[in-house]
Design a protein around this ligand. Structure first.
Ligand code: 3UK
Length: 530
């Protein structure tokens, strides 16, 4: 029967999961995880069971499902299971402070949470504050041992369901998934992506820049809950019928090296800080790690310093492609290319996207002039959830305002010049100076605080706090340590200020706004070791 208003069916789960089986890849390994190998056919069955399981929990089209998961087959299965029934999965950062999950759950109004049990245990004390949450499904690889009443065992929950599931009649412009992006004033923004966005990113960056094929095996040290990791480790390989290696542990250099040696991926994805620490580790331990399986490495999140690229090549004989992407754009839209790498630059516009650099009047600047970077392309998000004013500031018709300062040279290479706002990228993760300042201000000794990024070796950034202490308090090294510990406890630990300087006053505007640019300026004349 023909019903009006339904549109042409398009469902990303069909494309990324079912199509692989239909194309004869049923027996091919889709996921390597610890000692498990999950083939496409099995993956499809798990996705269908999970989709059916969600339906049993009364999840309907457009309902949100929050995923608080380590990198694992269950992450991928839950993501596509939700998509297949037209629901909207929202993977979230596993390293946040417990309060942040109250925000994610309430802001998204997710009905169901699928979580690894260790992560749930860190937030379950807040469960009375999750006002829309109805069901909690827990993944516990050591057998189910949840003490929380009403929680469901993932394995048991999905095992009883049918392996058959028809994709919901979503269309290409339906909401597919959200990713939370950190805002400069502290509150994360729900970035809404549509069903067609992943396919667009696969056909542009993954296929045209990385030249990914079904022969590839990907390994992303950046986790799946980041927009970067989500493509690298999930929808790029699945979209090309390739295989992905998932590593649930923290990406420490030794573990990352071991994982590459064990699974022999062909493409590796990391952030500049990780490449830096891996080089350092390899040099210190004097071991020759075998990275010969890699045909290319990728870096994103922040600019890749030229010296890191050079050293990596020297040690491992493989190139790193730096490219800039964002949560809003979904993935990388300006990138270096295989055989065409300009050290220190972000490269050229990825086929399928357009970029422009404009001045404060919106007029395009000439070559070598710094301006604001705008990009255009079909993977750019639909918008932010419930942030009407913010949407007006960032989404200009077809163009997205990245918030980055860039210049393009005469040869079309793009060079990163910094953020338009004060946000810091520390180890590839956004850190809001305001959030750190607010945390420091909770400490009894702190009168005022201002946080800026300090460029350390290799152009990497660390948060530094300038602090004015309250009267009667004597600044000391002991107090510095205490303040660092305090922030580690109050916020996600990675946000603590690596350096602290006590000052008599902070530079401010007449209206009392802290002038962070002045602090940054004073820093540029200070030796890098401070
Ligand atoms: C900065 C870079 C210089 C830039 C991301 C690849 O990082 C990602 O997404 P986020 O939303 O942050 C976006 C912002 O990060 N940035 C990212 N890459 C670079 N600056 N050189 C780079 N190579 O300020 C950008 O606006 O966390 C990266 C793929 C998907 C992503 N979401």
């Amino acid at each position: 029967m023909n019903f009006r208003g339904i549109g042409v069916p398009y469902n990303a789960a069909k494309l990324f999961i079912d199509d692989n089986v239909d194309k004869g890849r049923g027996n091919k390994v889709a996921i390597y995880y610890k000692d498990r190998q999950i083939r496409y056919k099995e993956l499809q069955e798990m996705v269908n069971k999970t989709g059916n399981g969600l339906k049993q929990l009364h999840v309907e089209m457009e309902n949100r499902v929050l995923l608080l998961c380590h990198d694992s087959p269950e992450f991928i299965v839950s993501f596509y299971g939700a998509l297949k029934i037209g629901a909207v999965p929202i993977p979230v950062n596993t390293m946040m402070h417990s309060d942040d999950y109250e925000y994610f759950l309430n802001n998204s109004r997710a009905k169901v949470l699928i979580a690894h049990i260790d992560l749930w245990n860190t937030i379950s004390h807040l469960k009375d504050r999750f006002i829309y949450l109805q069901y909690v499904v827990l993944i516990d690889e050591n057998g189910f041992a949840s003490k929380d009443e009403g929680t469901l065992d993932y394995r048991e929950w999905m095992s009883s369901d049918s392996v058959d599931l028809h994709a919901a009649l979503t269309v290409s412009d339906d909401q597919a998934f959200w990713l939370f992006s950190s805002g400069s004033t502290g509150n994360p923004k729900g970035v809404i992506h549509l069903h067609h966005d992943m396919e667009f990113a696969v056909n542009s960056y993954a296929k045209k820049v990385l030249r990914m094929t079904e022969e590839d095996v990907t390994f992303s040290a950046s986790k799946l809950f980041f927009a970067y990791g989500l493509g690298n480790g999930m929808y790029f390989p699945l979209g090309c019928g390739a295989s992905t290696v998932l590593m649930p542990e923290r990406p420490l250099p030794e573990k990352v090296f071991e994982t590459i040696e064990t699974y022999r991926p062909t493409i590796f994805f990391g952030v500049p800080t990780l490449y830096g620490t891996m080089i350092d580790f390899a040099e210190r331990c004097g071991r020759n790690y075998d990275l010969s399986s890699l045909r290319i490495c990728v870096s994103a999140g922040e600019a890749l310093p030229g010296p890191i690229l050079k050293k990596w090549r020297q040690l491992f004989d493989v190139d790193i492609l730096d490219g800039i992407g964002s949560t809003e754009a979904l993935h990388i839209f300006i990138s270096n290319n295989i055989g065409d790498i300009k050290e220190g630059s972000s490269g050229k516009v990825v086929p399928g996207y357009e970029a422009k650099i404009v001045n404060e009047h919106g007029v395009a600047v000439s070559a070598n002039e710094i301006g604001d970077l705008f990009i255009k392309g079909d993977s750019v998000a639909h918008g932010y959830w419930n942030l009407h004013e913010e949407n007006k500031k960032k989404f200009y018709g077809e163009w997205f305002h990245t918030g980055d300062k860039y210049l393009m040279d005469e040869s079309g290479y793009f060079w990163y010049c910094g953020r338009s706002d004060d946000m810091l990228k520390v180890g590839g993760i956004w850190v809001s100076p305001i959030e750190i300042e607010n945390s420091l201000l909770k400490h009894h000794a702190v009168l005022e605080a201002a946080v800026v990024g300090v460029t350390i070796e290799n152009n990497l950034v660390h948060p530094k706090a300038y602090i004015v202490v309250k009267q009667g308090i004597t600044p000391s090294d002991g107090l510095k340590k205490e303040l660092q510990e305090f922030v580690k406890q109050d916020l996600a630990a990675y946000k603590y200020p690596r350096m602290i300087e006590f000052v008599d006053e902070l530079p401010k505007t007449a209206t009392g706004k802290i002038q962070r640019f002045k602090l940054r300026k004073s820093l540029s004349s200070v030796p890098a070791s401070v």
